[in-house]
Design a binder for this molecule. Sequence first.
Ligand code: IPD
Ligand code: CA
Ligand code: CA
Length: 262
Amino acid sequence: MPNQSATINVMIQAARKAAKSLLKDFAEVENLQASTKSPGDFVSKADLRAEKIIRYELEKARPYYGWVGEESEETIGKDPTRRWIVDPLDGTSNFLHGIPHWAISIALEHKNEITTGVIYDPIRDECFFAEKGNGAWLNDKRLRVSGRTQMIEMLFSTGIPFANKSGLSLTLKEIESIMPKCSGLRRDGSAALDLAYVASGRFDGYWERGLNSWDIAAGIIIVKESGGIISSLKKGENPISNGSILAASGKVFEEFSNLIMT
Ligand code: IPD
Ligand code: CA
Ligand code: CA
């Protein structure tokens, strides 16, 4: 069993409380098509409710920390070295379409480094979490990135830019270069779970650009503590500040990043 800190317990508690509210809303999603409510409005209310719950719980326990969340203004804390980075619902499109693949992502950053992360998938009751130096866990099981060594046996994941997002042709080029060399690619619609799945060895690698800090903050520490490697798609930069990320096991990092980052 993991030796969990008080901080991580607070984060998991907050995620579980928000999950209850999201699960209630998710159960209502299927009635939406028949109703007059706008689906966009509905989901942004679900988001907001979940973020309020998380913020209340975290601020009650750690009143001096700063806050960055998808649904509210950034706040600098009395302790300016620490901030929460939160996505109350990652995988909004899945949620809205009734697809049970979405998660809550909560991270703590200290002096510009992510030190603690929780990604909770309420549908499967899978809680991925990690703290710097303490390993990464899925519920009570220790996580390790994939041990596969042959790229042709590996499964990758990415995000394909949609609507007015930029970078579509670049991503399509990258997909074209990786597809013949691997055993498959997924576009599952939750960056947080993509990273959690790299950490647990379900995926061998993941890349995406055009992301926000809250999509990836918790996943970064969970992958690192599972023995994986994290990089920005621009060498030497911080994925949290430029929103591009590549994550992989050490076994494939070089080959994979050479394909994607050229
Ligand atoms: C999105 C998901 C998706 C990624 C998008 C994100 P949201 O977050 O993580 O997988 O491709 O870029 O914006 O909007 O569902 O919180
Ligand atoms: Ca997100
Ligand atoms: Ca979100």
